[in-house]
Design a protein around this ligand. Sequence first.
Ligand SMILES: NC(=O)c1ccc[n+]([C@@H]2O[C@H](COP(=O)([O-])OP(=O)(O)OC[C@H]3O[C@@H](n4cnc5c(N)ncnc54)[C@H](OP(=O)(O)O)[C@@H]3O)[C@@H](O)[C@H]2O)c1
Length: 307
Amino acid sequence: MPPWTAADIPNLAGRTVIVTGATGGIGWHTALELARRGARTVVAGRDPDKAEAAAASIRARTGPRTTVQAAPLDLADLASVRRFTARFLADHDGLDVLVNNAGVMAIPRELTADGFERQLGTNHLGHFALTGLLLSALLARPGARVVTVSSSLYASGRVDFDDLMGERNYGQLRAYNQSKLANVLFAFELQRRADAVGAALASVVVHPGVARTNLAHTGGPVRAVLLRLMRLTAQTPAEAARSSLFAATTPDIHGGEFIAPGGPGQRSGHPTRIVPDERARDTATASRLWTVSQELTGVRFTAFDRA
Ligand SMILES: NC(=O)c1ccc[n+]([C@@H]2O[C@H](COP(=O)([O-])OP(=O)(O)OC[C@H]3O[C@@H](n4cnc5c(N)ncnc54)[C@H](OP(=O)(O)O)[C@@H]3O)[C@@H](O)[C@H]2O)c1
């Protein structure tokens, strides 16, 4: 079979999708291709003007018959997550695909509006809350998918429950790797909890390989290393979006799968199913992280409480 490309995405007319961090990079290309195939696409971005501009630039490419809406969503502010979800639930009767894509990488230590370390707060806790608050809309569409964008660096991550927010010992990259492992643990735990109540929800985790985006434009010595690594890769953001697009749209996807580029070192290439590292399958850590994330965000996945 020829390798999968965005041209293989089926018709998505009648589907509703949300892509977080769709103002640029991999998220923008993900939203573009979903809209091109006819999905009602919500371009979620922390800066409202940037989100409007991103939605407009997608509409300019997909034509007037497509529905592409911008919506403000700052994952580093739980009040913003609640405003976004309240508005979405009021305006839509269901959600077919949620792409948890937004992320920040290797930044100096900062806090979110709720006092969380910003990488864990944005990359994991914001998406945890977003998914939980949208759960009713996802369950209203049997077969709905949650695609969570991690990184190959999850395999170097460790969830440090004794210092989750890096108060005592902060490393820019260490905090990123922890947040990206949290993405993987969350995605698999979400699938286990959906399965336990027989919910027709597929949670899929992806990593995009390496692509030249704004992600590495951070500060300090880590920035130079990351920019060098990104310059070495030939992958464009459009190519890196293929993992998310495959996970979001391929008909025969199963919840609990992990999709990544199939090229050398998984840095680039066409999307393929990969076997996750042992730490990704650590159910005790995943379950503990879930409980802690519920406590920190105040968001419960009540539809799963029957299990
Ligand atoms: N590029 C790579 O090589 C690579 C490798 C592995 C994994 N990834 C993952 O791929 C995903 C996309 O990254 P990218 O490379 O496309 O980076 P990017 O170009 O920097 O895009 C990141 C997106 O996240 C948004 N964002 C950041 N903080 C946010 C917040 N608090 N609330 C809402 N949105 C926020 C950004 O919004 P603004 O426009 O407002 O900044 C932007 O739209 C990330 O999860 C990243 O960890 C990327």
